[in-house]
Design a protein around this ligand. Sequence first.
Ligand SMILES: Nc1ncnc2c1ncn2[C@@H]1O[C@H](COP(=O)(O)OP(=O)(O)O)[C@@H](O)[C@H]1O
Ligand SMILES: [Mg+2]
Length: 176
Amino acid sequence: MKTQKPSRGRERRRTAYAAVSRDRNLCALGQADFAGQAISVGAARAWADGLLAGHVADEVREDAVLLLSELVTNSIVHSDSGRKPGGLVTVFLAAGDGVAHCEVIDDGSAASAPVIREACPEDGSGRGLWMVNVMAEAWGVHHDDEAGNAVWFRIGGQPTSTHLMPLSSPCAGGAA
Ligand SMILES: Nc1ncnc2c1ncn2[C@@H]1O[C@H](COP(=O)(O)OP(=O)(O)O)[C@@H](O)[C@H]1O
Ligand SMILES: [Mg+2]
């Protein structure tokens, strides 16, 4: 486990992991806070890549890092973590049985929860959560009034037939 300065906020931010890890033989690898700024996306990616190395297969690690960077970007763009001075994005990683568990926690509220949507072909954005939905074995959103919003996913195991979430706002334009 990566050594971090003690922080009450960080302790509170562990709640989502505790909630979703009961059914898995997961071992916590580390947790880190990143500034709510665009430059943190690459830093989080490099940190996660190094931490997952040796714990999961290379292709699982590469996919996990890709999805993680989408979630960190979302936290910076769509939550108070990126809007308010001093905002932080917390990333938590665990692994076990070839599976990577990744969690990105931000200062979002219950009213600003992530919503999966289907992008039209011409849209330049709107595919981050769609990718998570398609590539992850399982994923979800956990809101805690004190900790904020945690978006988590697991990748590397067998997908379940029920893991795909319905689209809340299908593409209206349609492909030509
Ligand atoms: N961490 C988050 N906090 C609040 N809203 C979010 C967060 N992540 C995603 N969303 C919402 O879900 C939508 C879909 O996210 P995504 O699929 O990554 O597309 P994009 O980020 O390109 O809009 C976003 O447009 C945003 O409204
Ligand atoms: Mg996005």
